[in-house]
Design a protein around this ligand. Structure first.
Ligand code: AVJ
Length: 321
């Protein structure tokens, strides 16, 4: 492939994040770049692994509490999902709420359209309005849902990918998009024993390792890189003071490689930080919501307290200190 070809194909934000992220000494690449086509397939496989409890736990929880959730939602609501809908969780919610419209927002147009088509086929009379946008940036909701009560939906503990400062920014931003009086149904993964947490991110079949290493293959492919993926291993750590699982790609020998024409070198034992997955207790997740002007109304947890769904309301901003 010629230089011009890869320049055309590469997402400029991906290129900037990778080049900035690889310039040491604390190398880090945002987790959102895991999800190319192969990465999305691998993530799908992760959600079905015996060790990966979050998807299974949240889905069962939603199934159980959705009737109660529906009791808090006004008739004719518009459900706004941050991220393309999941083929299992989203139908569970839509069935219970019977909303007037469903608005999934995602940056990946192909994935968004496929998921919107699937949901439209499941709910033929529902007004499905997919929006291809980056919901971390400013954006407007479609006029088709003007006047409808809004319910934001942010499942999967995706919020856990963000450090506290960014997660508060994101939650505040969602509040701005949805506006005062809106509700938000959001999933949080809970703090639990490390011997449960680590295997969930370091499974016996090596699917999560492949998911992590796929980032290097994506860089090589899309940014004309020559990173020797064989010199890196999947490394999972529990960071107790930050209450998060971290994934890293650790070098097992000294390496030199180039990406988009830039040269990088890493020493044996150095690593690239590729993901944070924060875990919460009830108090910390409520504080996070309140910090972003969301008032927690009800929360639902499974019997083991492994996962929590919170229904929150966009509170008016009072001048209280
Ligand atoms: C999609 C961010 C919720 O943190 O558990 C799964 C991603 N990474 N295995 C998570 C993930 C490795 C997942 N989230």
């Amino acid at each position: 492939m010629s230089e011009a070809d890869f320049q055309l194909r590469a997402d400029p934000q991906f290129r900037a994040d990778v080049l900035d992220g690889l310039r040491g000494p604390r190398r880090a690449i945002p987790a959102r770049w895991f999800y190319d086509e192969r990465g999305s397939e691998l993530f799908d496989e992760i959600t079905r692994l015996p060790e990966y409890y979050p998807t299974r736990t949240e889905t069962a929880l939603l199934e159980q509490c959705r009737g109660n959730i529906a009791g808090h939602i006004k008739a004719g609501a518009a459900v706004v999902e941050f991220g393309a809908g999941s083929a299992t969780k989203t139908p569970l919610l839509l069935e219970a709420i019977a909303p007037s419209a469903y608005v999934p927002i995602d940056i990946s147009g192909d994935y968004l359209r496929a998921s919107a088509n699937f949901l439209q086929s499941q709910f033929p009379s529902l007004n499905v309005i997919p929006i291809e946008a980056d919901f971390t940036q400013s954006m407007a909701l479609p006029s088709g849902i003007d006047g409808a009560p809004r319910l934001g939906f942010f499942p999967g503990s995706t919020i856990g990918n963000f450090v506290p400062r960014s997660s508060v920014n994101l939650l505040r931003h969602m509040r701005e998009i949805l506006e005062e009086g809106a509700k938000l149904l959001i999933g949080f993964d809970r703090i639990k024993p490390v011997d449960i947490l680590i295997p969930a991110y370091d499974d016996a079949k090596g699917v999560t390792a492949a998911f992590n290493l796929n980032l290097l293959h994506r860089i090589n492919r899309e940014l004309d890189g020559d990173i020797p993926a064989g010199a890196f291993v999947h490394d999972v750590r529990w960071n107790d003071s930050e209450a998060r699982i971290e994934m890293h790609l650790r070098c097992i020998r000294d390496v030199r490689f180039s990406v988009a024409g830039d040269i990088f070198s890493m020493r044996d034992g150095e690593s690239i930080h590729t993901e944070n997955s924060h875990k919460y207790d009830l108090r910390s997740l409520r504080l996070l919501l309140r910090a972003a002007c969301w008032t927690p109304l009800v929360d639902y947890s499974d019997a083991d307290n492994w996962f929590t769904l919170v229904l929150a309301e966009a509170a008016p901003i009072y001048a209280a200190p």
